[in-house]
Ligand binder design. Structure first.
Ligand code: ADP
Ligand code: XUL
Length: 557
């Protein structure tokens, strides 16, 4: 066996417990995909009555949660499905991704349930009474504005908190969520013996005891000192009492969480030496799956959320954007922007203006010109994160939109566009915002390589607009579910680090054979007309002027 190769015949299983579904990818020892599988929450687990995998609480503004038990039942269903396609005996290691920031509250006594699972029963039956909070707050939640303000105050300001933890306080971040539970339901907080992220929660099921929170996903909590990769005492104190013992210690993402629990060996015939590698967040796993390891590269994930991410050695945490420790390195950082109005908002506009059909949506994109004759839109079906604006649609008609300077462009607000222009205004608006914030956050522009992933990256018409606005070629990988692919690859990496007894650089596993693997990025859409990039720059500046005004008038902060 060459120094960094994986034994022939081993499989690596990666999951992605995301907002709308649980996905899985199985890689072979040559990093080719052998199986993919999906459990869609709304349609395959209809008894939970979720919409897009979530509940929107009509009585509390911005409260968005998911039933914790649904994620457990999805795992039962997924393992059933996979058992028909692969022999689990061949799986050398398992890892996974969880939607970032979502949290799970284990009731006192649950660790003994975890460690004594009955293989004759499904998981869902056994965890029915294990959670002190039955509905997990998730990344879409925006009900913790007050807690965010108090945490920032206690930390000496938003920028202080961001310098230490990588982000200012964000409503969806787990620290503010925990503080809200402590403030509004102190008894429930007291009855909680352990708090997991979605990622470490799923890992806990697999090892039959509480898994650590990994250092990268842990940075999405406003609690971790990102340079030292340890919990910050000051941030813990600013959040809730006795929190450290409820969180356990953070661990590197490449480390072993534990051996797979006997439950899975007996019920599904995994080998008893199958390793469970720490799970991490979905965006960090996508970074791994897209093999992003050069600072000039950027990835855009068009999933339920839209995110833009890359790596850097010298992060500068600011008031917008996020910095996390690099999930596949012992040093270095991952930088990211996150939008809440991604795929569900695209679906909403498709349903309103394009007869619920992606084909018609695409036809409208093709029949409208780049720059949309100066029609510019802001579409917030959900409270937006970037910028922090409430639900609402804002549309503007721009005069002189091809002028050389933004001062010559004049806008006036309008009520609605024709249907094809609505579609283009949405797509151009989303990508103009990304370009503006990428530049403002100091991410590379234009990127050396721009890789698209997530559900909507299968749509080449949408990628065409992205290419025109960013002025660069767009690459994609074989399949749009890079989070579960990255988790499978990290499972292999964790297995290898464990076999060698030390950290092995991530790319050593695949760099000599990348082109022959499922990890290979291929050119999907060419950059197109270069003169458009500067025209879009003017439109982008106008957009930012309007955005700043909207934030001043309507912003939550
Ligand atoms: P997540 O992992 O966040 O749950 P996915 O990355 O699986 O989400 O993306 C799911 C989304 O992909 C769906 O909500 C859907 O709107 C979008 N999608 C799927 N196919 C297309 C398409 N052809 N064009 C645009 N969007 C699409
Ligand atoms: C990232 C974020 C989302 C979720 C979606 O900060 O909130 O991208 O990870 O699953």
């Amino acid at each position: 066996m060459a120094e960094y190769s994986i034994p022939e015949g081993s499989f690596f299983l990666g999951f992605d417990s995301s907002t709308q579904s649980l996905k899985a990818t199985v890689l072979d020892s040559n990093f080719n995909t052998v199986v993919t599988e999906l459990v869609h929450f709304d349609s395959e687990l209809p008894h939970y009555e979720t919409n897009g995998g979530v509940y929107r609480d009509p009585s509390v503004n911005g409260r968005i949660v998911s039933p914790t038990l649904m994620w457990v039942e999805a795992l039962d269903m997924m393992l059933q499905k996979l058992s028909k396609k692969i022999d689990f005996r061949e799986v050398a290691a398992v890892s996974g991704s969880g939607q970032q920031h979502g949290s799970v509250y284990w009731k006192i006594g649950s660790s003994s349930i975890l460690s004594s699972l009955d293989p004759a029963k499904q998981l869902v039956e056994q965890f029915a009474d294990s959670f002190s909070v039955k509905e997990s707050p998730i990344w879409m939640d925006s009900s913790t504005t007050e807690q965010c303000k108090k945490i920032e105050e206690a930390m000496g300001g938003a920028l202080e908190l961001s310098s230490l933890t990588g982000s200012r306080a964000h409503e969806r971040y787990t620290g503010p969520q925990i503080r809200r539970i402590y403030e509004t339901q102190p008894e429930v907080y007291k009855q909680t013996e352990r708090i997991s992220l979605v990622s470490s929660f799923m890992a806990s099921l697999f090892i039959g005891s509480y898994a650590c929170i990994d250092e990268t996903d842990g940075a999405g909590m406003n609690l971790l000192d990102i340079k030292q990769r340890v919990w910050s005492k000051k941030a813990l104190d600013a959040t809730a009492p006795e929190l450290e013992e409820k969180l356990g210690k953070p661990a590197p993402a490449y480390s072993v969480a534990g051996l797979i629990a006997p439950y899975f060996v007996e019920r599904y015939h995994f080998c008893n030496n199958c390793l469970v590698i720490q799970w991490s967040g979905d965006n960090p796993n996508s970074l791994a799956g897209l093999t992003l390891n050069t600072p000039g590269d950027l990835a855009i994930s068009l999933g339920t959320s839209d995110t833009v991410f890359g790596i850097t050695d010298e992060p500068q945490p600011r008031l917008e954007g996020h910095v996390f420790p690099n999930p596949v390195d012992t040093k270095g950082f991952m930088v990211m922007l996150c939008y809440k109005n991604g795929s569900l908002t695209r679906e909403d506009i498709r349903n309103q203006y394009a007869e619920k059909s992606w084909d018609i949506f695409n036809k409208y994109l093709q029949q409208t010109p780049p720059l949309n004759d100066g029609k510019l839109g802001f579409y917030y079906k959900e409270h937006e994160i970037l910028p922090p604006l409430p639900v609402g649609f804002h549309r503007y008609a721009l005069k002189n939109f091809t002028a050389d300077t933004v001062d010559d462009v004049v806008e006036h607000e309008v009520n609605e566009f024709d249907a094809p222009s609505e579609v283009r205004a949405l797509i151009e608006g989303q990508f103009l915002s990304m370009r503006a914030h990428v530049e403002r956050f100091g991410m590379p522009f234009p990127p050396r390589r721009l890789i698209a992933t997530g559900g909507a990256s299968s749509n080449e018409c949408i990628l065409g607009s992205l290419a025109s606005i960013f002025g660069c070629d767009i690459y994609t990988v074989e399949r749009p579910d890079s989070a579960s692919l990255g988790a499978a690859l990290r499972a292999a990496h964790g297995w290898l680090c464990n076999a060698k007894g030390r950290f092995i650089p991530f790319d050593c596993m695949y760099k000599d054979k990348l082109e022959k693997t499922s990890l290979n990025c291929k050119l999907s859409v060419k950059a197109g007309d270069p003169t458009l990039v500067s025209k879009y720059a003017i439109m982008m500046k106008k957009r930012m002027e309007i955005e700043n005004r909207l934030v001043e008038k309507l912003g939550r902060w």
